[in-house]
Write a protein that binds this ligand. Structure first.
Ligand code: IPM
Ligand code: MG
Length: 360
């Protein structure tokens, strides 16, 4: 088959890690008889430097026309005045929000998994790490506080800022369905996270999720308040299978979940729409401090490409091949510096890509 992939390397380490993911995809193509055509697009800081805005209409259109989008990372040091001393809607991250909304990517899946080989990097107590954990965070991505009305103005002589948190039942239902569907393919448990003891939007969330749950009698539903969830993630992460939550809570909890794996450089993510078009990117950021040094870990991006094969192209065997190649390279003791430990072999970004591609 032929697949057209829009590739957005972005800023910082983005170009280096995307290069390695393409290397692995090309090897998959060779082995399994597919052709991946790439169209490189600019977004984030590099788009600001080139076009004056973080995402142009043309870029969004090109992304829409593609079968799928592979993204590195966008953004830089906040000290970079060229990108940050401007209105919020002109900063690099605004490009990311605009492409999420523009492509209708309402469902963001972020796996947080403790690799057996990397248990030593887990910052939790040894007895908690010993149990391991394997969860996915299903985060609503195009609603809530991120996209509600906002403004800052003077009210009775006092500067006042307003952000609004809105969800309608349709937005909640479609993300809940995605959450239950993915739970069905896993350990069949959904933990829906909200703040129903305070927020109206959370009370509606809880009601709609309970309705959706009726169609999935084989999946267990549990409700959890977000503050408790933040606590449980460090106390007993093994209890979670699918965490289903709204945009802002998901932003915060997914960083926490990735941190407890001890290896954020390993974590992929997928943002899905109601069609097969998705956007795939590592869970980590653009790490401008280590850009261009050939030390960034490309595995999160490579695993994101595997998610693309699975979710957008329905190429499960190909996705398995990539995931197994990553596991094999780890079990052979190869490590980038972020996951390095004693007795292992330290390799750079490009070498890690070569090793994984060779094991496809
Ligand atoms: C993420 C990031 C973004 C978000 C930022 C860069 C706007 O933190 O993807 O989690 O808050 O969604
Ligand atoms: Mg975030």
């Amino acid at each position: 088959m032929n697949y057209n992939i829009a590739v957005i390397p972005g800023d910082g380490i983005g170009p280096e890690i995307v290069r390695e993911a393409r290397k692995v995809l090309d090897r998959v193509g060779k082995k399994f008889g597919h052709t991946f055509n790439y169209k490189e697009l600019l977004m984030g800081g590099i788009s600001i430097d080139t076009y004056g805005v973080p995402l142009t209409d043309e870029t969004l259109l090109e992304a829409k026309k593609s079968d799928s989008v592979l993204l590195g990372a966008v953004g830089g040091n906040v000290g970079n005045s060229r990108w940050y001393d401007v209105a919020p809607n002109l900063r690099p991250e605004a490009g990311l929000l605009a492409i999420r909304k523009g492509l209708g990517l309402f469902a963001n899946i972020r796996p947080a998994y403790l690799y057996e080989e990397l248990k030593d990097s887990c910052p939790l107590k040894a007895e908690i790490a010993a149990e391991g954990f394997d969860m996915v965070i299903m985060r609503e991505l195009t609603g809530g506080l991120y996209f509600g009305e906002r403004h800052t103005s003077e009210v009775n002589g006092v500067m006042t800022a307003v952000d609004t948190l809105t969800y309608n039942e349709e937005e909640i239902r479609r993300i809940a369905i995605k959450g239950f569907e993915i739970a069905r393919k896993r350990r069949k448990k959904v933990t829906s996270v909200d703040k129903a003891n305070v927020l109206d939007s959370s009370r509606l969330w809880r009601k709609v999720v309970a309705e959706v749950a009726k169609d999935y009698p084989d999946v267990t539903l549990e409700n959890m308040l977000v503050d408790n969830c933040a606590m449980q993630l460090v106390k007993d992460p093994a209890q979670f299978d699918v965490i289903l939550t709204e945009n802002m809570f998901g932003d915060i909890l997914s960083d926490e979940a990735s941190m407890v794996t001890g290896s954020i450089g390993m974590l992929s993510s997928a943002s899905l729409s109601s069609s097969k078009l998705g956007l795939y990117e590592p869970s980590h950021g653009s790490a401008p401090d280590i850009a261009g040094q050939n030390i960034a870990n490309p595995i999160a991006t490579i695993l994101s490409a595997a998610m693309m094969l699975r979710y957008s192209f329905d190429l499960d065997a190909e996705a398995d091949a990539v995931e197994n190649a990553v596991k094999q390279v780890l079990s052979e003791g190869y490590r980038t510096v972020d996951i390095m430990s004693e007795g292992m072999t330290k390799v750079g970004t490009d070498k890690m890509g070569d090793l994984i591609a060779d094991r496809i």
